[in-house]
Design a protein around this ligand. Structure first.
Ligand code: GTP
Ligand code: MG
Length: 171
């Protein structure tokens, strides 16, 4: 039969932003885990949908592991960058890490779609996706398709919309 197109997705963002929770929600129900713990290093998750076969690199966001991210830039076809919308204090850190990513030689010249999740929209302290977008200066990204979705990874809200955008922007 026809083989599904293989897509490598790199999931990045600061620790505690909700990356593993998001990826867990995107997996088929029977393979989801109940307990999510801070990621050590990274985990690889594979799942399929109607037309694509995804390999997701769920990276740890802890500062001591962020140097691992760049090793996966070359192989990635898409990036999911997760932000904790309630974490105002570390928004500048998220912005710095995003800038380092976008300026990296393996990403700079590549037209990879970047999907942002302004996660934890359920928190009272959460900033809107528009505000998050402004704080990260996303309007400056001119050479890659990008999109931002507000999400609640615990309930799974906003995730499907994001994934559909990503699929439509894979070359
Ligand atoms: P690292 O693996 O350390 O980089 O963290 P991570 O980005 O994978 O975060 P993780 O998925 O482990 O989630 C961190 C915490 O945030 C957990 O306690 C989650 O339950 C919680 N969390 C994730 N998404 C949401 C959300 O949308 N809303 C709320 N309120 N909490 C969330
Ligand atoms: Mg994690």
């Amino acid at each position: 039969g026809l083989r599904k197109k293989e897509v490598n997705v790199l999931c990045l963002g600061l620790d505690n932003s909700g990356k593993t929770t998001i990826i867990n929600q995107l997996k088929p129900a029977n393979t989801q885990t109940q307990e999510i713990v801070p990621t050590i290093g990274f985990n690889i998750e594979k799942f399929k949908n109607s037309s694509l076969s995804f390999t997701v690199f769920d990276m740890s966001g802890q500062s001591r592991y962020r140097n691992l991210w760049e090793h996966y830039y070359k192989a990635s076809h898409a990036i999911i960058f997760v932000i904790d919308s309630g974490d105002k204090l570390r928004m500048v850190v998220a912005k710095e890490e995003l800038e380092i990513l976008l300026n990296h030689e393996d990403i700079r010249c590549k037209r990879v779609p970047v999907l942002f999740f302004a996660n934890k929209m359920d928190l009272d302290s959460a900033m809107s996706s528009v505000k998050v977008s402004q704080m990260l200066s996303l309007e400056n990204i001119k050479d890659k398709p990008w999109h931002i979705c507000a999400s609640n990874a615990i309930k799974g809200e906003g995730l499907q919309e994001g994934l559909e955008w990503l699929q439509g922007n894979l070359s």
